[in-house]
Design a protein around this ligand. Structure first.
Ligand code: ATP
Ligand code: MG
Length: 396
């Protein structure tokens, strides 16, 4: 095996001053969780402002799988497979180890342009960083005849970090960026079976937010397959966000009451307002400090600025809409990348589309909406309480 360890680099969390250790500890913890299945094989720890994923045995068989998992851990900026060697004061020994590394990774007669970049954190080492880079560059040229130095645009960069041990690496794999989950509070995602809301969940999780989710279904108008689809979507998003507690609300009686008593062109808006109200109550009961939706301006009638204003009116918690300015194609391309797309397009019914009007209002007038909602006063509070009381929780 060429590598013994992964060096994990993180960017923004380096900027968090005194709180930095909290972000690092959360990241170590999240990496441990993501590799839990192989907890006997890998050791995750931080040392001198770096995080390592080490193993004391050959981990070739896990190599690709570990990288796949790490690519889903927010807060990771880069994943670098490294050769870790013991600290030495002897330049020659360092040089030999680097040449062996190049031989192992690139073969005995490689052809590439390269640059060496050294960081000397342990100042006991007798040469300065630039001197080490220059000497190593010279040694590489002597050993491998078909290589050439290119300091501006090299094909390969060799990184040498001299710390309490020495890290050597040349491959840098991009991580997902963002902040470690658990460092930014918790929010309640309104998760439908569509394309947008799972992407919204992914994006809010990317900023370190723990995601809980709420799904409104309308049995028997919506099927178990539709519910299962939402559970499956929550499971896919949970690969990035850690486990998702999904609240499933039976919305049928509320929808029927709205359908019976309110003007049909206002159905979607009024339904949405009750979804938000219920979501807010469940959010408050579960210490979520914001709501999240997959809305984007103008995508459909219920997402014009006027409609968004009218859904916002009913809740006190902030409502975050990470996709607000995204075109559908942009959302679809993220959905494909994070693997939710294929599930989202399964053609199962959604509770909003079943009770939808032919010509919904696009600029709802709040006074009219309030008047329409007055027609629900005799039953709605009770129906909302009942829906909340009887709701089901699925851990995804
Ligand atoms: P999506 O892909 O999210 O379904 P959409 O374009 O179909 O997007 P709408 O149906 O207008 O959007 O819903 C807008 C937002 O309202 C969704 O992104 C989601 O956050 C929330 N929402 C809609 N239907 C439901 C539902 N049945 N359960 C929970 N949230 C929902
Ligand atoms: Mg939808």
């Amino acid at each position: 095996m060429k590598y013994e360890s992964f060096l994990i680099k993180y960017s923004e969390i380096g900027l968090k001053g005194k709180n930095r250790y909290k972000f690092e500890d959360a990241l170590v913890n999240n990496i441990q969780n993501s590799l839990y299945e192989w907890k006997d094989v890998f050791n995750v720890y931080k040392e001198q402002e770096r995080i390592y994923v080490d193993s004391n045995r050959d981990f070739s068989e896990y190599y690709d799988k570990v990288i796949e998992r790490l690519k889903k851990v927010f807060g990771i900026c880069n994943i670098c497979p490294i050769k870790k060697i013991e600290f030495t004061l002897d330049y020659k020994e360092l040089s030999n180890k680097l040449l062996i590394f190049i031989n192992e990774v690139y073969g005995d007669n490689p052809s590439f342009t390269f640059k060496v970049k050294t960081r000397r954190v342990n100042k006991e080492f007798p040469l300065h960083s630039d001197e080490v880079s220059a000497e190593l560059g010279h040694d590489i040229l002597c050993q491998f005849q078909n290589t050439k130095v290119d300091v501006h645009n090299p094909e390969i960069r060799f990184f040498v970090e001299i710390r309490n041990h020495i890290n050597i690496y040349s491959e840098i794999i991009s991580g997902p960026g963002g902040l470690p989950i658990g460092t930014s509070g918790k929010a309640m995602l309104l998760l439908s079976g569509g394309i947008d809301s799972p992407v919204a969940g992914y994006m809010i999780a990317k900023r370190g937010v723990v995601v809980e989710a709420i799904y409104f279904h309308a049995p028997p108008y919506t099927s178990d397959r539709a519910k299962q689809k939402v559970i499956d979507l929550a499971k896919i998003v949970s690969q990035y966000s850690s486990r998702i507690k999904l609240h499933v609300i039976n919305f049928t009686d509320i929808q029927l009451a709205i359908y019976e008593k309110c003007p049909h062109d206002e159905l979607t808006i009024i339904m949405r307002r009750y979804m938000m109200k219920i979501a807010e109550r469940i959010a408050n009961d579960n210490n979520c400090i914001a709501l999240v939706t997959g809305e984007s301006i103008g995508q459909v009638a219920s997402q014009t600025l006027e409609s968004l204003k009218s859904t916002n009116e009913v809740c006190g918690l902030p409502v975050f809409r990470p996709l607000i300015s995204f075109d559908k194609e942009e959302i679809v391309s993220i959905a494909k990348r994070i693997d939710t797309f294929e599930t989202s397009i399964l053609p199962y019914e959604d509770c909003c589309t079943i009770f939808v009007a032919k010509h919904p209002v696009t600029k709802p007038n709040l006074n009219h909406i309030h008047k329409s909602e007055e027609k629900l006063v005799d039953c709605i509070d009770e129906l909302v309480d009942k829906a909340i009381e009887n709701h089901e929780v699925v851990l995804c």
